[in-house]
Design a protein around this ligand. Structure first.
Ligand code: CUO
Length: 628
């Protein structure tokens, strides 16, 4: 079978999932490997934070993964499609496609086309369905996405970020690449530093959100702080087409409740105390009562697995699952015992959770636990930061104007007809942030007399806080977002290294659409971009403001000979957005702690005190050219 034929099989499996009826294939007519699936009903919203859902989904993706060949895999998928919950099916098939050896080179189609109703406001979807109903011919049609609120709610200023389609899709795809239940013994592949990446990717989402908040004139978020807290309101404007139910809204002033028989607030508090206690003592107890030291390099990875919690948690019973249950509790606080049979809110689904402001406040609360651990490690000493014989002379950002990056709002379209039954092509036109392409130009002086191999680490952070005060290095480090990280040879003497913003190790530029995949355009592109995990390129840079908001670009060179892990990345697949997504089947390609050198508290009071010759800080402006 050709790779294109395989790709077409995957596409047709994942098309029109919103149309599946409740028809079930009886157990005695199913392949015996599928006798234990079909528990979560069709129409319910699958949550990959809910343990019961995850157990069934894991059983399914492991079964699909173990299918003996591609034909057997498709046969199992086709039967599973008859019985399994829609969202769970998309999840399990995607996990299997990403990890089966005979699916290498195949793309997982974009989740926003599989379930557009999880990305596009309900009003817009309804308008599209009506327009489709009324269309006489099979001419393509386009509708324009509605707004989901107005500025009476100041948080609406951030809607462009929280509701960005590809950012939400990145989050869904990240959790497919790193399933919480990943068991390396069953799947025969170890996910390197998975717990640490859980920490880092979500820390970066929070830092990015805060950069955007300052851009639109709001103060940085206040972390969620306790389980009795009264919460902000939120309305999702999404209707799930598998059931016809809306994603629940949350009137202002509500708080979390016990989910009786599932998880209580007391459990959450107890787990948090135990985790904080483990951090303070630097010790974790596993299920057999054995002690494990929380120390580098593995401490953060152990903690990440425990807090998420994932299959790798050393002690589920004792440290619980504070993060996953937190998502479920936020999603169900309006109907905690299920008496109204209501849909959960967006927080239960990785494809939608970024839309809700509580997502960031809750993840900052989680991040604060990781930061408490990092605070137990000593701040980096001078000798851990320097790179002997290598210094940065100058850094400039080259765009239309030097050291100024313009951002603006632009339009894209999303095809609905693969996820929603339509007579012909139906597109939604929506707005999103974007920025001018730019280039870093880094002048390096290598006085060692030898060729050096350097890891270039590039971060961006705001210079001033919400009141206009200069941020101290310790305050600024929580805002720093990674823009790029790459390896280059640095010749002896003075040289200028350039790098384009579009090559960023954080981003992917394009996820192939259903249409492109059908035409063979996205298949095996250059073997690099098809994993669909990666921050969208158009969201690389925070919005900035009309005046030109002042940011600082941090560049640091470290010794690549010491940093590198495993083979060089060039020959790998799915290695386009390694900073937040890792490289498939490969060690995380940088041995330094993720977020280095901003992962640990900084003692230096001023930038001058902090910077070593192999680092530089450059003032740049980000100017928003849009209309609001
Ligand atoms: Cu990705 Cu909480 O883990 O959203």
């Amino acid at each position: 079978m050709t790779i294109q034929e395989k790709q077409n099989h995957i596409l047709s499996l994942l098309e029109h999932l919103n149309n599946l009826t409740k028809h079930q294939l009886p157990v005695d007519q199913r392949d015996s490997r599928l006798k234990d699936v079909g528990h979560l009903h069709r129409g319910e919203l699958f949550s990959l934070f809910h343990m019961e859902h995850l157990i069934e989904a894991t059983h399914l993706y492991e079964t699909l993964f173990k299918a003996k060949d591609f034909d057997d895999f498709i046969h199992l998928c086709e039967q599973a499609k008859e019985v399994v919950n829609e969202g769970m099916f998309a999840y399990a098939v995607s996990v299997a496609v990403l990890h089966r050896d005979d699916c290498k080179g195949l793309a997982v189609p974009p989740i926003q086309e599989i379930f557009p109703d999880r990305f596009i406001p309900a009003e817009t979807v309804t308008e599209a369905i009506k327009a489709d109903h009324n269309r006489q011919d099979h001419e393509a049609l386009t509708v324009v996405a509605h707004d989901t609120g107005n500025i009476l709610n100041p948080e609406q200023h951030l809607a462009y970020f929280r509701e960005d389609i590809e950012t939400n899709a990145h989050h869904w795809h990240w959790h497919i690449v790193y399933p919480a239940t990943w068991d390396s013994k069953v799947m025969h592949k170890k996910k390197d530093r998975k717990g640490e990446l859980f920490f880092y990717m979500h820390q970066q989402m929070c830092a990015r959100y805060d950069c955007e908040r300052l851009s639109v004139g709001l103060q940085r978020m206040l972390p969620f702080s306790n389980f009795e807290e009264e919460l902000e309101g939120y309305s999702a404007h999404l209707t799930s087409l598998v059931s016809g139910l809306h994603y629940a809204s949350r009137p202002e002033g509500m708080h979390l409740h016990d989910l009786k028989g599932v998880v209580n607030l007391h459990d959450m508090e107890r787990w948090r105390e135990r985790i904080m206690d483990a951090i303070e003592r630097g010790l974790v107890y596993d299920e057999h009562g054995h002690e494990h030291k929380l120390e580098e390099p593995h401490g953060i990875d152990i903690l990440g697995a425990m807090i998420e919690s994932s299959h790798d948690s050393l002690n589920h019973e004792f440290y619980g699952s504070i993060h996953n249950w937190g998502h479920v509790m936020f999603a169900r606080l309006h109907d905690p015992d299920g008496r109204y049979h209501d849909n959960p809110g967006v927080m239960s689904d990785t494809a939608t959770s970024l839309r809700d402001p509580i997502f960031y406040r809750f993840h900052r609360y989680i991040d604060n636990m990781f930061q408490a651990y990092k605070a137990t490690l000593h701040s980096y000493e001078h000798h851990q930061l320097i790179f002997n014989g290598v210094q940065i002379d100058n850094v400039t950002v080259k765009a239309k104007h030097t050291n100024v990056i313009n951002t603006y709002t632009t339009e894209s379209e999303l095809e609905l007809s693969h996820g929603i039954d339509m007579k012909a092509s139906t597109k939604v036109k929506y707005h999103h942030l974007d920025h001018d392409k730019f280039e870093y130009s880094i002048s390096v002086n290598n006085t060692s007399g030898l060729v050096k191999h350097a890891t270039f680490r590039i971060f961006l952070g705001p210079k001033y806080d919400e009141l206009g005060n200069l941020l101290t290095p310790e305050q600024q480090r929580r805002f720093f977002i990674e823009l790029d990280k790459f390896h280059r040879e640095v010749p002896s003497g003075v040289s200028v290294i350039t790098r384009s913003s579009t090559d960023s190790s954080v981003t992917i530029s394009h996820v192939p659409t259903f249409e492109e995949l059908k035409d063979g355009k996205g298949v095996n592109l250059d073997n690099s971009e098809f994993c669909s995990c990666g921050w969208p390129q158009h969201m690389l840079i925070p919005r900035g403001n009309h005046l030109g908001m002042e940011f600082q670009l941090f560049v640091m060179l470290t010794d690549w000979e010491q940093d590198q892990a495993g083979k060089d990345l060039e020959h790998l697949t799915c290695a386009d957005a390694v900073s937040y997504c890792g490289a498939r089947d490969h060690l995380y390609p940088d041995k330094k702690p993720m977020g280095f050198p901003f992962d640990r508290p900084i003692k230096a009071h001023t930038v001058e005190e902090f910077l070593t010759p192999n680092m530089s800080l450059t003032d740049i402006k980000i100017q928003y050219k849009g209309s609001n």
